[in-house]
Ligand binder design. Structure first.
Ligand code: NAD
Length: 257
């Protein structure tokens, strides 16, 4: 077991499934005490079981990332219990429904923005003061390839993820001189439970999507977790305000020979 995060405290949201769970496991495997947040209590307990069985340390918190009281409460709890926050992975998110813009229900649009974008603003709002006080820290926000592309029928999702990138750049600019690094991760097609279930329902679309990825396969949650851990860790010490794309080459552009 590597120990890059020994004695470090790391907050991970969306830790009850997919990329967030894999990241919580990866941080814990490197020695971190992980505070795992998610709306899904059952998923959180599964994550806790996996980390504990592997000998890691984890505390769980049922939170709604779009709710300021929950986000502020978790930061205050970490401050009270440990007095320090070394890294945060603001990762919880939803895809939302797919509709053309003219058909997109306003309530659904607002919900996606609240869960994907307001959550990142709120997370950083309450995490940054702890990190600034210590003079060090690292934040990784989960964006998407939809932060740099325009997937049809996904206006709310793409707008939220472009917004995550914007917030990340602003936060990086505001905090670099205080020893706090802020970056974003852009997963491509990643085989989390949600994507696997959708693929099972629509195998023809899933096959087509994979053919369009130069690597000819979807990413695994652990591959995204590795990138998040790197971005939050000491080997990324000179990386500020960047979007790290982990997508099997999906956004290279151009054509295969
Ligand atoms: P997932 O559905 O497996 O996990 C997301 C987790 O977020 C779930 O455990 C869910 O309960 C939690 N969550 C949802 N709403 C919440 C809320 N309001 N408060 C707290 N927790 C909440 O999905 P995933 O694929 O692991 O997605 C993780 C992140 O990666 C998301 O931000 C997603 O947009 C992004 N992403 C995923 C893919 C992909 O292909 N899987 C691609 C690009 C970006």
């Amino acid at each position: 077991m590597s120990s890059e995060f020994q004695d470090k405290v790391v907050l991970v949201t969306g830790a009850g499934s997919g990329i967030g769970r894999a990241a919580a496991q990866a941080f814990a495997a490197q020695g971190a005490l992980v505070y795992a947040g998610d709306l899904n209590a059952e998923g959180l307990e599964e994550t806790q079981g996996l980390i504990t069985a592997a000998g890691g340390q984890v505390q769980i918190a049922r939170i709604d990332v779009s709710d300021e009281a929950d986000i502020a409460g978790l930061a205050a709890r970490i401050d009270r219990e440990i007095g320090r926050l070394d890294a945060a992975f603001n990762n919880a998110g939803i895809t939302g429904p797919t509709h053309l813009i003219e058909d997109y229900p306003l309530e659904a649009f607002d919900r996606v923005i609240a869960i994907n974008l307001r959550s990142v603003f709120l997370g950083m709002k309450h995490q940054i003061p702890l990190m600034k006080r210590a003079g060090s820290g690292a934040i990784v926000n989960t964006a998407s390839v939809a932060a740099i592309t325009g997937p049809g029928a996904m206006s709310a999702y793409a707008a939220s993820k472009h917004g995550v990138l914007g917030l990340t750049r602003v936060a990086a600019m505001e905090n670099a001189a205080h020893g706090v690094r802020v970056n974003a991760l852009a997963p491509g097609w990643t085989e989390t439970p949600m994507v696997v279930a959708n693929s099972a329902q629509n195998p023809a679309f899933a096959e087509l999507a994979k053919k369009a990825i130069p690597a000819k396969r979807g990413g695994q949650p652990a591959e995204l977790a590795d990138a998040a851990v790197w971005l939050a860790g000491p080997h990324a010490s000179y990386v500020f305000g960047q979007l790290i794309v982990v997508d099997g080459g999906m956004t290279i552009g151009g054509f295969e020979p």
